[in-house]
Design a protein around this ligand. Sequence first.
Ligand code: PGA
Length: 250
Amino acid sequence: MRQKFIAGNWKLWGTLDQAKALVSALTPALKSSKNRFLVAPPYTALSAVKELTKGTSLLVGAQDCSNLETGARTGEISVPMLKELGVDVVILGHSERRQFHGETDKLVNEKIKLVLKHGLEVIYCNGETLAEREAGKAAEVVIRQTKEAFAGISEADLKKITIAYEPVWAIGTGKTATPQDANEIHQVIRQTVKELYSKAAADAMIIQYGGSVKPENVKDLMAMPDIDGALVGGASLKADTFLPICLFDQ
Ligand code: PGA
């Protein structure tokens, strides 16, 4: 049985006060669940959020990192800097990074390797655009993305990687993939991991779904055999909506 893993991606949201208030509302409520949880606040709130989550089950994630450890990259943040703050997980390859910052599969692969080298975990995102889905290419796209992202990564390192399937057309749009459609692509991704590594690696891989996950649709999504959790954007910004998602099985 794979453990369910629910993560909140706050994107460009959250003053320090908002971040502290939200985390303080989440931690006591999540205490008794056997699921795994994470919040990924903006960089400016990482330190404060880490402090508040000490001794709790809530993991802290960063939303990106540089592909370099140090150097001339104005505005970027490195893995060692995130590690120093106590960050547990780095989200990589999010479609907004690909769309607005021109990130390629090759760059995402470099970042994954760097994060693993420093012993942190990765949530690796992939997913097709609306045009790709309409052209019948959803499976082809995620297979290509997964192969490129995992190039040069050992089977032992997979334990530190979660995959988040996020169809781009479902992110922030209110359109959710049907549980069946999502599960179909999750199976394609799992099969790709099997071909690249082994059946054991594929069976163990946690694959989250992301894209307009809400309290109203979370149960049906999590009931699918290959959906092992969620990467939540908009609905993770309020305890009122994030907690029912985290605790969907209670
Ligand atoms: P959303 O975002 O839940 O607001 O659709 C998901 C994501 O981008 O991770």
